[in-house]
Ligand binder design. Structure first.
Ligand SMILES: Cc1cc2nc3c(=O)[nH]c(=O)nc-3n(C[C@H](O)[C@H](O)[C@H](O)COP(=O)(O)OP(=O)(O)OC[C@H]3O[C@@H](n4cnc5c(N)ncnc54)[C@H](O)[C@@H]3O)c2cc1C
Length: 468
C-alpha cells in the first residue's frame, strides 16, 4: 500500500517559542498549517526545560503580549518580577556562592518588561538593574493551556491547523533550492508551499544540507572584536532548571547515596538565579549545570543523568549555606536540559556583534523585522563577558532565509546569528517574534504568489508591531 501524502500551505517543524509564533501567524492569515513536534508536548524550552521566564527585552510585543494578557485571566498563572537582593555566602573552603533573587512585584506592568538596554557604561550596575529591569514569570501548564486555546481557535478561523506531537521527519526531498516534501517517522509524507524550521538546532536545515555554524567563529570571519582569534568549538553552558516549593518543615534535604556532599565537577558550586513564581515557589537556574564542552562530549541521556545529580548536590549546598532555603523542598526537576546554543544556519545575512553594538541608530538594513536589547551573554566564554547594550538593535529578515533556499525559513535560536549575536537574541519572546514574522512571510508569499525571499519586509514588521 502506498504511504499517505498530505498537503499543507505551511509546515512548521518544532513547537517551541519560534514554532508557536510561526504556526499562529500563518494560521491566522488563513493558511493551512501543520505544526510538527517530536516531543510529547508543545512548548519547547519554555515548557519542557522549565524556562518559564521572559527576561527584560525590547522585543515582546505581538503574540507574546497576547499570551501574557490571556495568562492574566488565570489565577496565579503569571507575574512580573523585579530584581531583588543578591544572597552571598561563603562555603567551607571560603568559596563565594551567589544567588540572585527575582521577586514578584505587583506594582509592575508588562510594558515595564520591554526594556533592558541603557545600563551606564554597559556595566551591570545593581541599583540600575533594580530600578529598570523587570521580567515575566508564568506557570508552564497555564502557558500550555493558553497557547493550546490560541492554536485551537484557528480551527474555527482557518479550518486547518494540525498539531502532531511525538512526530518528526526522517527524510527531506530538496530540489534546486526548494524543499519538496518531508517523510515522517509514521511512514506518511507531507508537502507544503513553505517550510519553517523552528527546531532550535536547525535540524530541518541540516537535513536540507544548508551551510551551518557551531561554536565560536574566529574574529576574521565576521570582523567581531570580541571573537577569539581562532575558531573555538565550545558552545554556551547547559542548565537543568529545578523548582522548589515552601514547606512547613525546616530542614536540609538529605543527599541520595550517589551524590557527594562536595562540588565534584568544578572548583565551586555554580551561582544561581532564583525567580519567584506567582504561587511563591522558586525556579532555580544554575549558571550553568554542565559546561558546553561537557555537554558536547556526552550523549543526551548521560548528560541529563549527570545534570540531575548536580542539581541534587547544588540544592543541598544551597540549603546548607543559605538558611532561607531550609523552608523549601525540591518539588520538580525539568524534563529536558535547557540548551542555550548548538548549531546555527548561515543565512542571506548573519547578525553579528557589530549589529548589536551599532544599535538601531547605526544599522542601515531596510529589512528589520524584530528588535532585541539583551546583553551579549556568553556565560564566561571569553571576550568582554556580559556587556549591556546602549540601545536596541534590529534583526533583518535575511537572518531567517537560509542561503540558496526559496521556500524554507528558520525561526528559532538556530537562525543566522554569529555565536556572539546568538548569545543576546536567543530570548523566548524574540524567537516568538521571529516565528511570527516567518509565519506571516509564508502567508504573504502564498497570497502574492512569490518565493519567500521576495516578501516585502514591511509586511512582517507590522506583524510584530516592531516600531523603528
Ligand atoms: C537555562 C536557560 C535559561 C534561559 N533564560 C531565559 C530567560 O530568562 N528569558 C528568555 O526570554 N529566554 C531565556 N532563555 C532562552 C530561551 O529560553 C530559548 O533560547 C528559547 O526558548 C528557544 O526557543 P526556540 O523556539 O528557538 O527553541 P525551543 O523552545 O527549544 O523549541 C524547539 C522545539 O523543536 C522541537 N524539535 C527539535 N527537533 C525536532 C525535530 N527534528 N522534529 C520535530 N520537532 C523538533 C523540540 O522538541 C522543541 O520543542 C534561556 C535558555 C536556557 C537554556
Amino acid at each position: 500500500m502506498q504511504a499517505e501524502t498530505s498537503e499543507f500551505d505551511v509546515v512548521v517543524v518544532g513547537a517551541g517559542s519560534g514554532g508557536i509564533g510561526a504556526a499562529l501567524a500563518a494560521g491566522r492569515a488563513g493558511r493551512s498549517v501543520l505544526l510538527l513536534e517530536k516531543a510529547e508536548t508543545i512548548g519547547g524550552t519554555v515548557v519542557r526545560a522549565g524556562v518559564s521566564t521572559w527576561e527584560p527585552d525590547a522585543g515582546g510585543k505581538g503574540i507574546p503580549h497576547e499570551i501574557y494578557r490571556r495568562l492574566t485571566n488565570i489565577p496565579n498563572a503569571v507575574g512580573i518580577y523585579s530584581v531583588g537582593e543578591s544572597l552571598d555566602s561563603y562555603g567551607p573552603g571560603g568559596a563565594r556562592f551567589v544567588t540572585g533573587l527575582c521577586l514578584i512585584d505587583p506594582d509592575k506592568h508588562y510594558r515595564d518588561t520591554l526594556l533592558r538596554h541603557g545600563s551606564p557604561n554597559g556595566v551591570r550596575n545593581r541599583s540600575y538593574v533594580q530600578k529598570h529591569w523587570f521580567g515575566v514569570v508564568f506557570e508552564p501548564d497555564a502557558y500550555l493551556r493558553v497557547v493550546g486555546d490560541m492554536l485551537g481557535e484557528m480551527l474555527g478561523e482557518t479550518g486547518c491547523c494540525t498539531i502532531r506531537t511525538n512526530t518528526t521527519f526522517t527524510d527531506v526531498q530538496v530540489e534546486a533550492g526548494r524543499v519538496l516534501s518531508l517523510r515522517l517517522d509514521d511512514g506518511g509524507s507531507i508537502t507544503a508551499k513553505a517550510y519553517i524550521d523552528c527546531t532550535g538546532d536547525g535540524h530541518l536545515c541540516i537535513a536540507c544540507k544548508c551551510e551551518m555554524m557551531r561554536g565560536q567563529e574566529p574574529k576574521d570571519r565576521f570582523g567581531e572584536s570580541d571573537a577569539p582569534a581562532e575558531p573555538v568549538e565550545n558552545v554556551n553552558g547547559v542548565t537543568l532548571i529545578y523548582r522548589i516549593a515552601r514547606t512547613d518543615r525546616r530542614a536540609v534535604e538529605p543527599l541520595p547515596p550517589d551524590v557527594p556532599d562536595e562540588c565534584w565537577w568544578r572548583e565551586d558550586y555554580p551561582a544561581a538565579n532564583s525567580v519567584q513564581m506567582p504561587c511563591g515557589d522558586y525556579l532555580i537556574n544554575m549558571l550553568p549545570t554542565l559546561e558546553g564542552r561537557e555537554f558536547s562530549d556526552m550523549d543526551y541521556e548521560t548528560a541529563r543523568a549527570e545534570a540531575r545529580r548536580r542539581v541534587l548536590g547544588h540544592w543541598h549546598y544551597m540549603q546548607d549555606v543559605l538558611p532561607k532555603f531550609r523552608q523549601y523542598r525540591l518539588s520538580w526537576i525539568a524534563l529536558a536540559l535547557g540548551v542555550r546554543e548548538t548549531t546555527r544556519v548561515v543565512g542571506r545575512y548573519v547578525l553579528t556583534e557589530n549589529d548589536l553594538l551599532a544599535g538601531l541608530s547605526g544599522q542601515s538594513h531596510d529589512d528589520i523585522i524584530a528588535i532585541a536589547d539583551h546583553a551579549m551573554d556568553t556565560h564566561s566564554q571569553g571576550g568582554r563577558g556580559c556587556v549591556e547594550l546602549a540601545e536596541p538593535y534590529g534583526i533583518p529578515y535575511r537572518c531567517l532565509i537560509p542561503k540558496g533556499f526559496r521556500n524554507l525559513l528558520v525561526a528559532c535560536r538556530g537562525a543566522s546569528f554569529s555565536s556572539i549575536a546568538a548569545s543576546s537574541c536567543r530570548l523566548s519572546r524574540v524567537m516568538m517574534n521571529l516565528g511570527q514574522a516567518a509565519g506571516t512571510a509564508a502567508a504573504v508569499a502564498g497570497e502574492m504568489g512569490v518565493d519567500l525571499p521576495a516578501v516585502p519586509p514591511f509586511r512582517l514588521r507590522d506583524a510584530n508591531q516592531c516600531e523603528l
